[in-house]
Design a protein around this ligand. Structure first.
Ligand code: MG
Length: 369
């Protein structure tokens, strides 16, 4: 595909309810979408960066700038197949989510041209994936249990509670007592604890948790290995795995039982497939994850979640749980608490261009010379 132009859009999507994790509260999803205009169909990509650099170092305004000034210009006028985009950007250090957005957009254009779904191209093994939901830090047990009732009532099979120091064992104990053994429970600390806290976290072993995600800061893989050895609860890594190389390091150190697989965070779909294959070979579990995506990013996340080695239920939810108005038709929960994996060409979702226009707050178009 010849990349004729790249349209960078910054959108603001109000969330249905504000979402709080250890790293902060989000009330409006401030997100960058990329449209690749090619000599064939247009393709769309989403940058997973959040408004503030508190999940990983990337953030929306920075990603927009690096896309505009450094990444997009490197692709203009080039003939690319999509799966070669990240390699073409290899001289720029870091910025995995910004690179992943461009890869997704060019690959979407090519797969739409070829009539192949992203899921099929990746090697997906399932047509639907069980949905889960992430429940934010609420600070009030009654409010938490009300939210839990609503999600279980809506059909979610797995709940992931965000935890932070001061909001950990008590909410887990309360929710486990409330829902019984039939609902899968996981927790996510988003790196909020330190090595000295591992003994405290052992109290969570009493509640049959599916996963303790990212207990320690992203760069403390030695600490993660200590936690993995000391805890009965499976330890997962999310923020710590920002590339294929970091996945290899984590596996070599036995720093986790599970990797949370998010294509944006590891630098794209090709990288996600590689991380998947490394984890399968190492006998490490894989759990899908989300980044408060619009329908564009969620479609790609569902294709990744359908890979054969991804056996754990993660926290991919119906899109109407997050945003009132999306840029695609809403991805809804189907019978049995599952989300269908889009099977149309490319991402398999159609953009609502009117919504895209109305939600856009900044637009830059770079055209090949
Ligand atoms: Mg996480």
């Amino acid at each position: 595909m010849r990349v004729e132009a790249l349209e960078l859009r910054r959108l603001r999507l109000p969330l249905v309810v504000p979402f709080t994790a250890a790293h902060g509260t989000t009330a409006v999803r401030d997100v960058v979408l990329v449209r690749a205009r090619t000599d064939g169909p247009d393709g769309w990509g989403e940058c997973g960066a959040q408004h503030e650099p508190t999940y990983t170092a990337e953030h929306t305004a920075g990603a927009f700038a690096v896309l505009r000034d450094h990444l997009a210009p490197r692709l203009l006028g080039r003939a690319l197949a999509g799966d070669d985009v990240v390699a073409a950007l290899d001289d720029v250090r870091g910025h995995p989510m910004a690179k992943a957005a461009l890869e997704q957009a060019v690959l979407d254009a090519r797969l739409r041209r070829d009539g192949t779904s992203l899921a099929a191209w990746l090697g997906a093994a399932r047509t639907a994936v069980p949905a889960g939901v992430a429940v934010g830090v609420m600070g009030d047990l009654d409010r938490l249990l009300q939210a839990v009732d609503a999600y279980v009532g809506a059909g979610y099979r797995r709940l992931k509670l965000k935890i932070a120091p001061g909001w950990d064992v008590a909410p887990v104990e309360a929710v486990r007592a409330h829902v019984g053994a039939g609902v899968e429970l996981a927790v996510d600390a988003n790196g909020a604890y330190r090595r000295d806290d591992v003994d405290h976290l052992r109290a969570l072993d009493a509640y049959d948790l599916q996963l303790l995600e990212q207990p320690l800061p992203p760069d403390d893989l030695v600490g993660a290995a200590l936690a993995t050895a000391r805890l009965v609860t499976p330890v997962g890594l999310d923020e710590s795995v920002g590339s294929v190389g970091e996945a290899e390091t984590a596996l070599a150190l036995r720093a986790c039982d599970v990797v949370v697989l998010k294509a944006a965070r590891v630098g794209g779909l090709v990288a996600a497939r590689r991380v998947h294959d490394l984890c399968v070979a190492a006998g490490v579990g894989l759990c899908p994850g989300g980044l408060l995506e619009t329908g564009v990013g969620r479609a790609a996340a569902l294709a990744v979640a359908a890979l054969p080695g991804v056996r754990l239920t993660g926290d991919l939810s119906a899109s109407d749980r997050y945003v009132a108005r999306d840029v695609t038709a809403p991805l809804r929960l189907a019978e049995g608490g599952v989300l269908a994996v889009p099977d149309g060409p490319g991402l398999g979702v159609d953009l609502d261009l009117e919504a895209v226009e109305e939600l856009t707050v900044e637009l830059v178009e770079l055209v090949a010379g």
